[in-house]
Design a protein around this ligand. Sequence first.
Ligand code: F6R
Length: 590
Amino acid sequence: MCGIIAYKGKENATSIVINGLKYLEYRGYDSWGIVYLNNQKARLLKKVGKIGEFQGQNNLSNSCVAIGQTRWATHGKVSVVNAHPHFSCDKNIFVVHNGIVENYEVLKAELIKKGHHFVSQTDTEVIPHLIEEYRKNNSFVVACEKTFHRLKGLFAVVVLDKKTGEIIGTRKGSPLVMGIGDKGFFLASDVPAFLNKTNKVIFLDDGDMVHIIDDETYKIKNLSSKKILKKKIDTIKWSKEEAEKGKYPHFMIKEIKEIPEAIKKATWQDNKKLQIVVNLIKKSPRLFFVACGTAGHACLAGQYLFSSVGKPTGFSVASEFKNFFPTLDKKTLLIAVSQSGETIDTIEAVKKAKEKGLKVVSLVNVMGSTLTRISDYVLMLNAGPEKCVLATKSYLSQLSLILLILFSTLGQYKKGDKELKKISYQIDQLLENKSFIAKIKTLARKLSSVRHIYVIGRSYNYPTTLETALKIKEGCYIHTEAFAGGELKHGVIALIEKGTPCIIHLSKGDEADNTLINAMELKSRGAYIIGVGHKRQKDFDFFIEVPEVEEIFSLLVNIVPIHLLSYYIALEKGIDPDKPRNLAKSVTVK
Ligand code: F6R
């Protein structure tokens, strides 16, 4: 939540930071702001709305140092005053921040007593004032150090000192990565913010403090030990094109089109690492999956898949993990799944499990993210950057990797790998099929005006129903509820009226007939039945055909039309599919 970026160097910092914020907009987009130095003057610009809509970039002066933030409001309403950067009374210290300063009320009261004047309702504003206070008797560096030690909570902070043009950044629980360019240095919440300038990065750890002194000099120090650190420079493999929309109107459709590639790339695992994970799974008497949102649905599928082969497997959404924690012992293997690797609840669950001595395997998309650094073993999803707030291709990567691990555990790696490659090809064909797309568009038009949709499926496709409901809720603002088919008669069926749209996920397997029976029960109560499956059903009102695959692989093929449906309904309703209201791509605050 919230994206921050800073640049100091020989290039024009103003446009680097504005462009970087456009890349980071997916992290929060209710307001934005930038401060840059020009002729020793600090120029501050803050606006409500999306940075992507800002046209005045060419009217801004050049500068060699700038910091900016795109906001997802936590403390204080969405307004120009509450937008970042925030500043000290003397307007010499400017701060952008991602996270929450939990003790801001105490700090604010203390600073007000000392005569500081606050203008916003944010927690962030205490930071520049506290630095200003310490700056009275200390250098910029020491003032920042003293301030950072007093902040409680999880945050990433970047500070600009107007007097010296120096930048200081630190992180504790929220992401901050440093870019090393030929002509200057970057600090940002996420690598794609500066990927068009450099792919050389330093992944900062919690408690690291970076001091960018000039275009060629920086120091990184550990805030507790005060030791100067020599940190490794990594090279990021993502290309800048991967992080751009290219010929597509939205990231969402680009990322849906990348699903076949994402499935293939999920199978590109280092065999040694995969084998280590497989051995751990075999050795552990119990597995426990943990994640949030879409990644949580992939984990639920993981629970179904491993349980079906006799492996005791648990799952909990990360925010509820503490309730199951007492049942886990050291022998349980925790598997955490996350696209961003920065989701706070998932990170906290992993930390808790590690304290108790559990081994943790993480399946993550973003290299160098917090989760990759706190887990014992990591398998990368290799899906490439996912910028649309709605997770699409990463869900398929997560499912594919879980399936590959399952097949490998059963000694059938080759079969799993072959099937996944075949499905990648089948989905590619599907996405190229014009009449298939036209059909989804027709359905999107029909559903764009409805108020409620119900979704049912059974067995492995129960997670698919939950993911279907999430995609339609968050992307199209339509109330959509998912149920296991068997639950219908236990109450849900009371909601069905004439014309109520119901999506039925069908697949081969034991539950196929029972699911069809459920569909007919809904139809006889007036529901408008929409089927997703490999075999057209003549009694259904609308049918979306997907490739015929074994039951366990239907979780891959059945969700793809739903991604498209969510995209086209959003377009019908005039919703920006990349940035639905109230959401941010990565949830880094509780
Ligand atoms: C939904 C969506 C979210 C994320 C969830 C976890 O489309 O994107 O539900 O899946 O916030 O995020 P990660 O996978 O980054 O941990």
